[in-house]
Write a protein that binds this ligand. Structure first.
Ligand code: NAD
Length: 290
């Protein structure tokens, strides 16, 4: 299959290479030249622009930071819709606002382009190990058509509802992840301030009801204060905004999500936006002057 892949960053790069390794003809594009040449070295075809990525493709995947990037790539003069073949399937795997996914699906339909929103969870490790969780919104027939590609990228691949539903599930995922980081950070601060070895304490937590993937995967790097991304605070800040906007849209109150969003905003304001989201620990420490 000929697949266009736009956005070869921390997540997109290993994902696109999995498709190459499976024998697909993958044409990739990114605005950063170094990402493009790394992709070409891994066996992909580097395109000079979005149009070149799309023209021959049966499927186009976007893995971009936020909705303005996705909208400019999709709606731009040289963008996806302007260059799509008849019946193109556009799969946006970025995390963006549900309402943006809906607007894209509607505009694409008018051009005969099918769309899925398919954000992911599992982080850089999940992308590298083809072990992502993929939550997909859109028509069931389009999901079934895309499933063989999703299976090359993830282990948990679920059609969760109509257009936008994938993004709502991702927003729910991000508020749980942000809240878990905030509380693991508080546990570390409490343990250390009380003179208890944090590694030993968290090892016990990881074996009980407080167990989580975050404790499993990140407790060692958090205690060691290693905050190289991973998933940047800036992106999680964006995702908390998406969760709060979705809550407003659904007319529900999510007070803990609001608090976690402010803690992540503080991390950003303190200059930690390009660190991993586990650096929320720095905010928790500062609140106790530690
Ligand atoms: P990233 O910043 O590493 O990658 C995004 C890439 O898009 C960059 O290489 C950038 O140069 C490229 N780009 C931006 N505008 C472009 C344009 N107009 N045309 C072509 N390329 C363009 O970000 P990432 O960590 O790979 O995240 C991508 C998406 O996946 C985000 O929506 C993020 O929220 C989501 N996500 C990330 C993680 C993670 O752990 N990093 C996990 C799950 C979901």
């Amino acid at each position: 299959m000929t697949v266009g892949f736009i956005g070869l960053g921390i997540m997109g790069s290993p994902m696109a290479v999995h498709l190459v390794d499976a024998g697909h003809d993958v044409i990739g594009f990114d605005v950063v030249p170094a990402s493009l040449s790394a992709f070409a070295e891994a066996g992909g075809t580097a395109a000079a622009n979005v149009a070149e990525t799309v023209t021959q493709a049966e499927v186009v995947i976007t893995m971009l930071p936020d909705h303005p990037h996705v909208e400019s790539v999709v709606f731009g003069e040289d963008g996806v819709l302007a260059n799509a073949k008849d019946g193109l399937l556009l799969i946006d795997m970025s995390t963006i606002r549900p309402e943006s996914s809906l607007a894209i699906a509607e505009a694409a339909k008018a051009k005969g382009v099918r769309v899925l929103d398919a954000p992911v969870s599992g982080g850089e490790a999940g992308a590298k190990n083809a072990a992502l969780s993929i939550m997909v919104g859109g028509e069931e027939a389009d999901f079934n058509a895309a499933k063989p590609l999703f299976d090359l990228l993830g282990k948990t691949v679920v059609h969760v509802g109509p257009h936008g539903a994938g993004q709502v599930v991702k927003a729910a995922n991000q508020l749980v992840v942000g809240g878990t980081y905030a509380l693991v950070a508080e546990a570390i601060v409490l343990l250390e301030a009380s003179g208890v070895d944090a590694r030993t304490g968290l090892d016990v937590l990881a074996g009980g009801l407080a167990a989580s993937r975050i404790l499993d995967l990140k407790r060692e790097t958090m205690v060691a204060r290693q905050f190289a991304p991973g998933f940047r605070i800036d992106l999680h800040h964006k995702d908390m905004g998406i969760a709060l906007a979705a809550a407003r849209q659904a007319d529900v109150s999510l007070p803990v999500t609001g608090l976690v969003a402010q803690l992540i905003a503080a991390a950003r304001a303190m200059g930690h936006g390009s660190l991993d989201h586990s650096a929320l620990l720095k905010v928790t420490e500062q609140l106790s002057s530690r």
